[in-house]
Design a protein around this ligand. Structure first.
Ligand code: 6R9
Length: 637
């Protein structure tokens, strides 16, 4: 099979030209890109769509398997090249290098093992695993046999895991025994056992990968060892032929209502979108070593550790550890050790490292870096400058990539060193992406520059979500009803006089804590689980390292309470309901919450109080209980 790569833009002038073509004739533009892949059957129609229902179909009638494009077609040309380069938690631990040939063989073996367990096309498989090569291998194995993967970040609680397993009726859970991250030892299998005890009726098998070798409890009615199931399998596994619009995976993300939603991506469009954006944003050249520090439990790991890089025949690194172990120089030591060419991380990590001091970065040879990237939240100017000066030595281009779980891949970003760059501005939309700013009061598109408004997308792109699992109406309501005829991102943005975009942040009830999306309602529901809590309101406030911190206002049941103890208990409740990432940073006990006459909590006021902006609370006279503002402000933490 031939191994073509997506077209790589090589100058900013060319970007402008390609962009123009991509909006004048989007179908020809994307069809030409789709042509660089291996299809089992060509498509009948490039695109059919409406943003009302919504219904979006790319490459209808086309058939393919994404793993044939990630693996098989590379074997002739780069079978012996490292596909996955694995760096473990311990600096002196064993580095694993899987060539394309080895990765292909392992994916096939796991694919066969899953088929033996009765998993077939359309079945859902849940992953709850640390960042080990087996995670990458078995996610791809699902795609190989047409099963739908649902990766749950292994920091979520048993309750959160059970909710996700049940929402998608997963047949199998693949997990590890334990996990080491930094100095922590996380009993992964134990959490899965707890989730099953809560109740996951669809689960038939738990496939357990032996990672640390520590003791775990074992129930032979469903537990099986990964190595035993896989070892005996043939290294040849015919790929399931998938329709372009068959589901590839589900990934849960937070929204403004309480329940996380399963964002659904499909095979064909996601394939070409992740490959195209990877190649162009990172300006990846064959032979480069590329490292994205995200976890595969998030969309960034799906699109830019696994699919995008592998589709482009890249060497992609997977890192098990954390930025600060054994010390705050770990990232830079790893960049030096593997001569990393493209490095992609989150602002929260940069801020945390910046706070530890420059000595950790200064001693390392980072001369191999060609492009450094940022993702997950707005990057503040100070962190941008630090990244630019200390990591990029003032000359390596920064790509500030704006995108979402729902968009499947990067939407607004510079292209390596080709595009103009400006601190805190993500830049221009990628080819094929038609962004719009919309006035939040009139719902009209704002066409001039500079402008600011709601960030929307006017036209479909191949990597976009197709639905939310099991609840299409929710997809319609969340993304396609705010601005009729457009996809609404939930973000607010500003466009400067040259048309560069700067993302301001969420305009809905979603907060972004260290690059992780949390619905305020989700955290409120968790806090409300505490028996002494009557009502809760959660808002975000500026936090030096995390970007946003979680501030909870809590009304307690009448009576005398030990506030310190209750704070600890509430934090523990949240840890159990969602996981440690959702722990409130501050909990203020209040008598009442400011409410409108219709009974809605006035979050705008609570946000201002939490941020310390108590002078500009605006008009509070329309409140049902204006006097509450004074006491809430007085009790601010
Ligand atoms: C990829 C990812 C999406 C939300 C998004 C926005 C924020 C992501 C950003 C950014 C400013 C960037 N966000 N990248 N804000 N600049 N470069 O992070 O997906 O977890 O779904 O979060 O993250 O608010 O709406 P996801």
């Amino acid at each position: 099979m031939p191994s073509k790569l997506p077209h790589q833009i090589s100058s900013f002038d060319e970007y402008r030209e390609v962009y123009q073509k991509s909006v004048t004739d989007p179908e020809s533009f994307w069809a030409a890109e789709a042509d660089t892949f291996v299809w089992r059957k060509p498509w009948d129609r490039v695109l059919s769509w409406n943003f009302t229902d919504p219904e979006v179909k790319w490459f209808s009638g086309g058939q393919l398997n994404i793993t044939e494009n990630c693996l098989d077609r590379h074997l002739a040309e780069r079978g012996e090249q490292t596909a996955i380069l694995y760096e473990p938690n311990e600096p002196d631990g064993k580095v694993v290098k899987l060539t394309y040939r080895e990765l292909h063989a392992q994916v096939c073996q796991v694919g066969n093992a899953l088929r033996e367990l009765g998993v077939g096309k359309g079945d859902r498989v849940c992953f709850y695993m640390p960042m080990v090569p087996e995670l990458a291998v078995s996610v791809l194995a699902c795609a190989r046999i047409g099963a739908i993967h649902s990766v749950v970040f292994a920091g979520f609680s048993a309750q959160a895991l059970a909710d996700r397993v049940n929402d998608a009726d997963c047949k199998v859970i693949i997990c590890s025994d334990h996990n080491r991250r930094g100095r922590k030892n996380i009993p992964v299998k134990e959490v899965v056992d707890e989730a099953l005890a809560i109740g996951c009726p669809s689960v038939e098998t738990v496939l357990v990968h032996r990672n640390t070798g520590e003791d775990i409890s074992w129930d032979p009615s469903y537990d099986q060892w990964y190595h035993e199931a896989v070892e005996r399998q043939d290294a040849n596994c015919p790929a399931e032929v998938m329709d372009a619009e068959d589901v590839l995976f589900i990934l849960y993300t937070s929204g403004s209502t309480g329940k996380p939603k399963g964002v659904v991506h499909t095979c064909g469009g996601y394939m070409l979108y992740t490959a195209y954006t990877f190649r162009n944003v990172f300006q990846y050249s064959p032979g480069d070593v590329y490292w994205c520090t995200a976890d595969i439990g998030w969309i960034t790991g799906h699109s830019y550790i696994l699919y995008g890089p592998l589709l482009c025949g890249a060497t992609t690194m997977m890192f098990e550890g954390v930025p600060t172990y054994p010390d705050a120089g770990r990232f830079w030591q790893v960049c030096e050790k593997h001569r990393v060419n493209q490095f992609y991380t989150a602002p929260t990590a940069l801020r945390a490292l910046m706070a530890r001091g420059n000595e950790f970065v200064e001693g390392h040879d980072l001369s191999a870096l060609k492009v450094i990237g940022s993702v997950g939240e707005p990057i503040n100017e100070e962190a941008w400058e630090w990244y630019h000066e200390k990591v990029g030595k003032g000359k390596v281009p920064i790509v500030d990539t704006w995108w979402q779980t729902e968009t499947g891949g990067i939407m607004i970003s510079g292209l390596g060193g080709l595009s103009p760059q400006k601190a805190t501005f993500a830049g221009y939309p990628l080819p094929g992406i038609q962004m719009a700013l919309v006035d939040k009061n009139t719902g009209e598109e704002l066409t001039g520059n500079p402008e600011s408004g709601l960030l929307c997308v006017k036209y479909p792109w191949p990597g976009m979500l197709r639905t939310t699992w099991g609840d299409h109406e929710r997809c319609q309501k969340t993304y396609f009803s705010t601005v009729p005829g457009m996809y609404f991102t939930g973000d607010g943005a500003r466009r400067d006089e040259n048309g560069m975009y700067r993302i301001v942040g969420r305009v809905d009830d979603v907060i972004n804590v260290s690059g992780h999306r949390m619905g305020t309602a989700e955290v409120e529901n968790a806090i409300d689980e505490h028996p002494l809590v009557v009502e809760t309101a959660v808002v975000g406030y500026p936090h030096d390292i995390k970007g946003q911190g979680i501030y909870a206002y809590v009304i307690l049941a009448p009576g005398e309470h030990d506030h310190e103890r209750l704070r600890e208990e509430i934090i523990e409740t949240v840890r159990q309901e969602i996981g440690p990432i959702a722990k409130p940073d501050k909990i203020q006990f209040v008598e009442e919450l400011p409410k409108t006459r219709s009974g809605k909590i006035m979050r705008r006021i609570l946000r201002k109080v939490a941020s310390g902006e108590t002078d500009g609370l605006g008009d509070t006279s329309t409140l049902l209980n204006p006097e509450v503002v004074t006491s809430v402000t007085a009790g601010r933490l």
